[in-house]
Design a protein around this ligand. Structure first.
Ligand code: ATP
Ligand code: MG
Length: 182
């Protein structure tokens, strides 16, 4: 056990790209890590992709996995009733909350779901995220998801996977499927 601890080298992991599977990959890692009784925290930055399937599924992995929704829902689309300043404040608070979780010593993995999208929407600054990554405790695995990861984050990450769309049923008019998309 102590030998295993010594070998832990916390990674900065990025799941990006326009194909499906980024959040799914992060959730898959939760199952693997929970199998070793590791503690995982998931914080979601942009609501709208966080479906009941994973919300309830994650509860089955308690107390090893915890998730929280921060941020104020859809940004800039039809049912967005919030002022942009509200989104900016919520995203800034989510980043601060993430930093506290990162430094709390309570977690082995920290997943920041859709954080790349929050950066691209200019709700949070890439420099602030880069700074946070640089302050990461050595043993913590930090996972960042969302399409169009900024180059600055790719540059300092250890593992970057781009999900590339080859086919998506949405193109044939097939709507989101329970247990697959949500
Ligand atoms: P998932 O949560 O399924 O792993 P993701 O995290 O890679 O997807 P997001 O950008 O967060 O992708 O989008 C989430 C939702 O959008 C999911 O319901 C997913 O099925 C759908 N989606 C993802 N990629 C595509 C695509 N290329 N075309 C259409 N819909 C997509
Ligand atoms: Mg996603």
């Amino acid at each position: 056990m102590s030998e295993e601890k010594q070998e832990t080298r916390g990674l900065v992991i990025v799941y990006t790209g326009h194909g499906k599977g980024k959040t799914t990959a992060a959730l898959g890692m939760c199952i693997r890590a929970a199998g070793y009784k590791k503690k995982i925290k998931i914080i979601q930055f942009i609501k709208g992709t966080w479906k009941y399937g994973e919300m309830d599924g994650i509860k089955l992995l308690e107390p090893y996995v915890e998730m929280e929704q921060r941020g104020r829902g859809f940004v800039g689309i039809v049912d967005d009733k919030e002022d942009i300043s509200t989104h900016i404040r919520a995203a800034g608070e989510a980043l601060e909350y993430s930093r506290e979780a990162m430094n709390s010593g309570k977690y082995d993995h920290l997943i920041l779901d859709e954080i790349n999208v929050a950066i691209n929407l200019k709700l949070i600054k890439v420099e602030d995220v880069v700074q946070m990554i640089k302050e990461k405790p050595e043993k913590l695995h930090l996972i960042l998801t969302g399409r169009d990861a900024p180059q600055e984050i790719i540059d300092i990450a250890d593992l970057v996977t781009e999900m590339r769309e080859i086919k998506h049923p949405f193109r044939k008019g097939i709507l989101a499927q329970q247990g697959v998309d949500y």
